[in-house]
Design a protein. Structure first.
Length: 269
């Protein structure tokens, strides 16, 4: 029988109508360690309510949505547990995601956050079967960056040096320590890179950045996804530039970004 915990909450950030929401919620409810699961949304609709009713979950409605960051700030505020994962409605959480993440957090001296490794599930066409991709050039590069941080996971200097060259964590696989950080203050107008900007601020906090080097999350890539939208619209480029400028003068930040932006091609289908 699966162990239950009141230390951790999955808050599912639901937006409009997603064909994957039911599957994501089902997987969160069938973890080897049972956490609390809530649904948070600024776009309440029958599809979201149907999934919530099916599984007996509470829906928390954000009256002041409009950006991804505002929705995340609201979702984060809804959890009253020690740890919180802002779960993406489209992604796959493997059965031991909570168990392995909580084990890392509970065995750390002073955790700041924890994040898992992940694989991609790429959908070439709507309604098709996703192709599982466990390794490609971008995934390998991100893992090198994460392993570098893990060499001394309590070193603020080291993780800031890594983050100054890009963002290797996967945001849906990141679990935050809410007992330490009551709010994360994601930049309310941002749509894509608010998780990187928050990680930059958290990188200056004392404590450990914890890498769980297992493929515990599947990130779905498809044409209608939020990430695809922010890349095509130029939003991601603009926000990533602001993140690089936190470490570098604008001309150097721009030069690094030109190389970094090549990673956006990994989202192409």
């Amino acid at each position: 029988m699966a162990r239950k915990t009141d230390k951790h909450t999955f808050v599912v950030c639901a937006y409009k109508e997603s064909a994957f929401l039911d599957d994501t919620v089902s997987r969160l409810l069938n973890q080897t360690v049972k956490s609390r699961v809530l649904i948070s949304t600024s776009t309440p609709n029958e599809a979201i309510r149907a999934v919530a009713n099916k599984y007996g979950l509470e829906v928390r409605v954000n009256p002041k949505g409009g950006t991804s960051a505002r929705d995340w700030n609201f979702a984060y505020s809804q959890a009253d547990s020690e740890y919180v994962t802002l779960a993406h409605q489209d992604d796959i959480y493997e059965p031991t995601f909570a168990e392995r993440t909580l084990s890392a957090l509970e065995n750390a001296k002073n955790p700041v956050l924890a994040y898992t490794d992940y694989y991609e599930l790429r959908y070439a066409q709507e309604g098709g079967k996703g192709e599982r991709v466990e390794s490609n050039r971008i995934l390998r590069l991100k893992r090198k960056m994460l392993r570098t941080i893990n060499i001394a996971n309590g070193s603020r200097w080291l993780r800031n040096r890594v983050l100054s060259f890009g963002y290797p964590m996967n945001c849906p696989g990141t679990t935050y320590v809410k007992r330490r950080f009551k709010t994360l203050d994601f930049i309310s107008e941002w749509q894509n890179s608010h998780d990187w900007e928050a990680a930059i601020r958290l990188a200056s906090e004392k404590g450990e950045f914890l890498f769980v080097p297992e493929l515990l999350l599947g990130h779905r890539i498809y044409l209608e996804s939020q990430t695809t939208h922010t890349i095509r619209s130029g939003i991601r480029y603009k926000e990533d530039f602001e993140c690089f400028k936190k470490y570098w003068p604008a001309p150097i930040a721009g030069a690094i970004l030109k190389r970094y932006a090549k990673s956006y091609d990994s989202n192409a289908l």
